[in-house]
Structure formats: structure tokens, C-alpha cells
Design a protein around this ligand. Structure first.
Ligand code: FUB
Length: 344
């Protein structure tokens, strides 16, 4: 079963030969890789920069106590990786207190926008933006978070018509369950979703970006995620329901939204003919990796799709991760061939 497999993978002893891909870098710990190939043809990885600050592990992910962002880049998959200077530090973000979690980036008219979640001084996750003339920074943060933003794991998708959309959200430590009324609910017992198993699961939200890329051009709206019968994925459907890490691709005219299932440790996906959804569940992108979290991006380089993801090969510690890249097969019928991060 998936559960047995996860137990084996997280408890077992593994050598490099057991993994289908190797860490991009070993000098620093990196996670949550958002990958883009900008107009210069180079591959840029916008990851979280994992550090250990001694905070004990809990179900809210308090041990994921990251402080800055460092961009990686390379000429081609498998090419030499450059670790760039710190692109943005939490001390240089006026509104942010801590928890610089999974970022993403966008390019528009020669400017680069780093989007990132962080907790404000009330401990509430918001989405921030910082701007640079360089894809690797340094990025200059705006004074405040993006108005109307909440929760974490932002990703920004550029559609063929030049419209940019941001997808956001994550449950449990990501706080999405605290926003179901539209206001932040600070109840101490609301650390997980408060739903019956047969109720619709929580979903990410999407908003079109303004022309200047610094704010939402509209009220965020829920992204509906449906099963094969057109019913919303249920809160008890832990193998498929949304947990965090939404990522958008458009492949042959179809919108593919992929996400992490969190406590079942998979990356799965659904498809739609509309960037707002609804998305119909299709299958698995990535089977459980070594480590609790599974967070990815999908990108195309010279006609080949790739999956960027992370595991804990180098540390064996959940919050000290390393990013990897491996080829991804899109089948002729448009389905994604699931990646097994282990040989054998
Ligand atoms: O890296 C911190 C958090 O862990 C991310 O925001 C989640 O997606 C999970 O990977």
C-alpha cells in the first residue's frame, strides 16, 4: 500500500543508487523548486532555502523556519548549477516576521517578480512580492503584502494571451482552513480542516494579476477540484484532495493543475479547459518521496517536460531537503506518466 511504501522509504537506508535523480546542489538545503526557462534560454530554479533553527517538529511545520531565498540556475537539465547570492532576506521585507516558505517567480517586460509566502507579525501567512531587474535578484520587497492574499504556496502562471494568474493555498500549517468565512479565524483548535470526511475538501484560490504584477486584479476565487463523476473531491479523500503546492501548466491547450496531497505524500493532477477550473482529477504525477513533504513544478525545456521536486536524500531530516530534476513523460493521450522517485 502507499502507506507501507511511505514507511519503508522514510525509515529505510538508501544509497544514491536507489534514487532516480540526484540533488542539484549539496552546499545548501533547497526545497519546493519552482522552475522557469526565461527568454535567455537558461533554467532558473526558485526554491525554498531550508535551514535548521532548532525549532521542534510539529504538525504546523514550525520547523520549516526559513529566512531567505537563493536562486539556482543552469544552462540545461544536468548542467553545472550556479548558486546565486541571497535574493531576498526576511529582514528586508517590512511586513514579514518569519517562515519564508515555497516561492515562485514571474517575468514581465524585463522585470522579475519573486512571489513568496511569509508570516506577518500576527503570525498570519500572507503572499508578498519583491521586484528585480535580474532573474536572480537582489529583489526589493514591497512595503506590504498583496492585498487580499492569505495562506501560502503561491505560483504564478502566464497564459498564452499574456494574462498572469496566481494560484495559492495550503491546509494545516498553511492556514487555509482559517479563512473559510472570508475572515481569519484564530481559534487555537483550528490547526487542521474542520470537515466531515464526506464534505467537499478545501481548495486553492486563484486570482488574475494586475498589469503591474503587484496586486490582484480581481477577488480571489476558489478553484474547484472534481472527481470523475463531477463531484467535489471530499475532505476524507486524502489520496487525492488538495493539501498544498498548486502548480499550473498549459499543455497542448489543456490546463493542468497539479498539487500535493500532503499527508499521503503524493503529487497529483487534474485538467480543465479553463485556467479558473473546475479541474477534473486525472492521476498521480509523483509517488511519495523520501521525507514528509512533496512539492514540485513542471517545466518544458527544448520540447521535453521535466519534473522538479525535492526529497531528503542528503539529510534524512524532513525539513532539510534537496531539489532534483527528472524527465516527465506526457503520454499521447495527454495523461502524465507517474514518476517513481526510487529505482526498484
Ligand atoms: O517548504 C515549506 C513548506 O513545506 C512548503 O510551503 C510546502 O509546500 C511544503 O513543501
Amino acid at each position: 500500500s502507499d502507506a507501507e511504501r511511505y514507511e519503508l522509504e522514510t525509515s529505510g537506508e538508501f544509497g544514491p543508487e536507489d534514487y532516480i535523480a540526484q540533488p542539484l546542489v549539496s552546499e545548501i538545503y533547497t526545497a519546493d523548486p519552482s522552475v522557469h526557462v526565461w527568454d535567455d534560454g537558461r533554467i532558473y530554479v526558485y526554491p525554498s532555502h531550508d535551514v535548521d533553527t532548532g525549532i521542534p517538529q510539529d504538525d504546523l511545520g514550525s520547523q520549516y523556519d526559513m529566512k531567505d531565498y537563493i536562486v539556482l540556475s543552469m544552462d540545461e537539465p544536468g548542467g553545472e548549477v550556479t548558486i546565486h547570492d541571497v535574493g531576498l532576506h526576511v529582514d528586508d521585507v517590512p511586513w514579514a516576521r518569519d517562515k519564508m516558505w515555497a516561492p515562485d517567480a514571474a517575468e514581465k517586460d524585463g522585470k522579475y517578480y519573486l512571489y513568496f509566502p511569509a508570516k506577518d507579525y500576527d503570525g498570519i501567512f500572507r503572499i508578498g512580492v519583491a521586484v528585480s531587474d535580474s532573474p536572480t535578484g537582489p529583489f526589493t520587497a514591497e512595503e506590504s503584502w498583496i492585498e487580499g492574499s492569505y495562506s501560502m504556496d503561491p505560483s504564478v502562471f502566464k497564459d498564452d494571451d499574456g494574462t498572469y494568474y496566481m494560484y495559492v493555498g495550503g491546509i494545516w500549517g498553511g492556514q487555509l482552513q482559517r479563512w473559510t468565512t472570508g475572515e481569519y479565524d484564530d481559534s487555537p483548535d483550528l490547526n487542521q480542516e474542520d470537515l466531515e470526511a464526506d464534505e467537499p475538501a478545501l481548495v486553492p484560490y486563484v486570482a488574475k494579476m494586475s498589469d503591474d504584477m503587484l496586486s490582484y486584479a480581481e477577488e480571489p476565487r476558489d478553484v474547484l477540484l472534481l472527481d470523475e463523476n463531477g463531484e467535489p473531491l471530499k475532505a476524507g479523500d486524502n489520496d487525492r484532495r488538495f493539501f498544498e503546492a498548486a502548480w499550473m501548466n498549459k499543455i497542448d491547450g489543456t490546463y493542468y493543475l497539479s498539487w500535493s496531497t500532503g499527508d499521503t505524500h503524493k503529487i497529483v493532477y487534474g485538467t480543465s479547459d479553463n485556467p479558473y477550473g473546475p479541474f477534473t482529477y486525472q492521476g498521480v504525477v509523483n509517488l511519495p518521496v523520501r521525507g514528509w513533504t512533496n512539492h514540485h513544478s513542471i517545466f518544458e525545456y527544448e520540447g521535453q517536460y521535466y519534473l522538479a521536486y525535492h526529497d531528503t536524500q542528503l539529510s534524512g531530516v524532513n525539513h532539510l531537503r534537496n531539489v532534483k530534476i527528472t524527465p516527465l513523460t506526457i503520454n499521447d493521450d495527454g495523461t502524465i506518466e507517474p514518476v517513481d522517485p526510487f529505482f526498484g
